[in-house]
Design a protein around this ligand. Structure first.
Ligand code: NDP
Ligand code: OXD
Length: 314
């Protein structure tokens, strides 16, 4: 069994150090090491370069460092028929849960409004509404969406959710499919996007979506939180909506182009909370345990819970 690491923009050496001991005496190669590409059984990839799969003619499985696999599925050199297993574990899920809870609470408590008042030294009292009067809508009822909803339930919000197929989530009014989208949006004050980026979801956070959100319950207007992928949002529409009051505020962790361009209007909008794609980072310690387990289970012929469905796109 041999593993090749091909991870851009993260501490690949740190991952190699952690994976090595967990895989016993089996070799873990990095791109600059000397190895025969045809001997590689597994590749662990993130933001793969154009040559990532060149010569890997005997791959058993592709392991995705990210929970999202859009950049892998878009790769021109992706070998056909090789199973793709994505990262998904309690560490990553907990990090995303915390991000969502922090951002929802911040907006419910009108954080961007009071920070703007503070900058102006302005004392104007506006009472944040009761949690019970605020509807939080989560797009994507997968691993991350369900964990976020479970945590938000503890605050008393009215919860709604939207997914591709029908999902039953305790305590959540669920909607699905194209026909469920507008009814879902019309019930939502704070929209949390935890969708994968696919052909169907690209650009879904657009002017039409923003105008369909419920108005009149959250002072200042509805809120959008995108922690999934930048290409889910039309950034020009987002900037207009934040300026003209269609949206009261937003939290954005992911962008059409990363890093976010210096001249993006979003940087300057006081009602837009920006983080640099850190909502839930894949942790090397947890990740190494996860992927060593995946390889062990794969070799033993066990079923893979986080197998990507290439046709669905996630
Ligand atoms: P899952 O695959 O577990 O869940 C995806 C959910 O989205 C499912 O409920 C699925 O519906 C729904 N969905 C997919 N396509 C559509 C569609 N066309 N219309 C409606 N719903 C749809 O993914 P995770 O929860 O693990 O992760 C979600 C995304 O979060 C990842 O793809 C990644 O891009 C992003 N992410 C971002 C991070 C960050 O740091 N910013 C970190 C980790 C992940 P159904 O239930 O019917 O299948
Ligand atoms: C992921 C990410 O998909 O970090 O896991 O964006």
């Amino acid at each position: 069994m041999t593993l090749l690491l091909h991870m851009n923009g993260v501490d690949e050496a740190g991952w190699a150090d952690r994976l090595g001991p967990l895989l016993g005496d089996r070799p873990v190669y990095r791109r600059d090491d000397h190895f025969d590409p045809a001997s590689i059984d597994y590749i662990l990839a993130w933001k793969p370069g154009p040559d990532a799969f060149a010569g890997l003619s005997n791959l058993k499985a592709i392991l995705s460092y990210g929970a999202g696999v859009d950049s892998l599925l878009d790769h021109r050199g992706l070998p056909d028929g090789v199973p793709i297993i994505r990262f998904s574990d309690p560490d990553l899920t907990g990090r995303m849960r915390d991000y969502v809870v922090a951002e929802v609470l911040a907006h419910h408590r009108l954080e961007t409004r009071f920070r703007a008042q503070q900058r102006r030294r302005e004392w104007t009292q506006i009472a944040p509404p009761r949690a019970e009067d605020i509807n939080v809508g989560v797009m994507g009822l997968g691993v991350l969406g369900k964990a976020a909803l479970a945590a938000l339930a503890g605050f008393g919000y009215d919860l709604v959710g939207w997914s591709r197929s029908s999902n039953i989530v305790p305590g959540v009014r669920a909607f699905w499919g194209a026909e469920g989208l507008v009814p879902f949006l019309e019930k939502t004050d704070i929209l949390v996007c935890l969708l994968p980026l696919t052909r169907e979801t690209r650009g879904i956070l657009n002017a039409k979506t923003f105008s369909a959100l419920r108005r009149g319950w959250l002072p200042g207007g509805p809120v959008v939180i995108n922690a999934a992928r930048g290409a889910l949002q039309v950034e020009a529409d987002l900037a207009v909506a934040l300026r003209d009051g269609t949206l009261g505020a937003a939290s954005v962790d992911v962008f059409e182009t990363e890093p976010l361009a210096l001249d993006s209007p979003l940087w300057g909008l006081h009602n837009c909370r920006i983080t640099p794609h850190v909502a839930a980072v894949s942790d090397p310690a947890a990740g190494a345990i996860y992927f060593a387990g995946v390889i062990r289970d794969f070799e033993a012929g066990w079923s893979m819970p986080h197998l990507v469905d290439r046709a669905r796109g996630y």
